[in-house]
Design a protein around this ligand. Sequence first.
Ligand SMILES: *Cc1c(COP(=O)(O)O)cnc(C)c1O
Length: 396
Amino acid sequence: MTNPRIHLSPPHMSGREQYYIMEAFKTNWIAPLGPNVDAFEKEIAEFVGADEAVALSSGTAAIHLALCLLGVTKEDTVFCSTLTFVASANPILYQGAKPVFIDSEPDTWNMSPFALRKALNEAALKGNLPKAIIIVNLYGQSSRMDELQLICNYYKVPIIEDAAESLGSTYKGKQSGTFGRFGIYSFNGNKIITTSGGGMLVSDDAEAMKRARFLATQARDKAPYYQHSVMGFNYRMSNLLAGVGRAQLKVLENRVEERRRIFERYYHALSSLNGVDFMPELTGTRSNRWLTTLTVKEEKLGVSVKQLVESLNAENIEARHVWKPLHMQPLFSNAAYYSHEADDHVAENLFHSGLCLPSGSNLTEEEQNRVIQCFKDTVNEGQNKKELYYLRKHEV
Ligand SMILES: *Cc1c(COP(=O)(O)O)cnc(C)c1O
């Protein structure tokens, strides 16, 4: 009998979701928009401390709208963190604009202020500053916002904060996603809270948010009939799903605590292994630890990330490599890229050595012990093999 599957980050319902869905059914608010959407927007805005929030069909849609609101079009460039999920950068292509990818730095795994400064300096000299900079907070970890903001403000380039993975995290006491002109969240099934699918755009710019609502509902002009002057989208969240989101938001703090507890247990069990390093937490920040991630030094640990992923999967445990940097993706093979230092490619190294472990807030201690045991077994096997090889080679 095989062990039941352990997923990386499955949905975790609170049990209150159906209440909101039933309310919507009772009042026949099935159609897109409705009281759950209005309430969910207000509750998110309040929670993160933004003036306004617009509920959308996905985090990707939120990034796309932010780019539209900043006037990104063909020929423009947009800078983006390279170590991220493809959804951070795809909307740049939707607008026909050119992405430029910025490397990570070692302490946060997020955008390197050095690489960004170099890229902006070169762009300024060419008179070709980007229209926007998409800064991603990876795996719940806040970026070095003070340094990045300072540089962006100097060049007067607006920030879109991709906080899809970092809802509930804080940087110096302020909620992740509220540092740029726009912030975006995702409620995809694998995120810290979920509506099964959905996203949110937040901002203090009331005028822009009014336009976001307009663009997200097919850009309908004020007229007694259907009249359209600009191209819009069908990007709004359904009232049913917003109900799920309201129930999920109520348990967000608890979910953050659970994920942090899971991180602590992994850390306690594995950090003493020679060659294992966990993703650090920047001083003054609190990560939601969406995923517990670590790096492996193969020459010290005796096994590679690839071997660990394979043996965990063989035990029916879902583990993944860290995101493959976007500048290494075939899709973006023509895009420019700026490294952390001339010969220090941080994101590439993290990709080659990084591992994500199952981190769902509903992961039981028993399941987590299975993951830890399998990890340790793989390391032991690897070290035994290495010793055997050594013995043979030296004919001991
Ligand atoms: C999940 C995710 C997105 C996209 O969100 P969707 O709701 O799935 O469209 C964007 N950026 C990052 C970093 C993500 O992890």
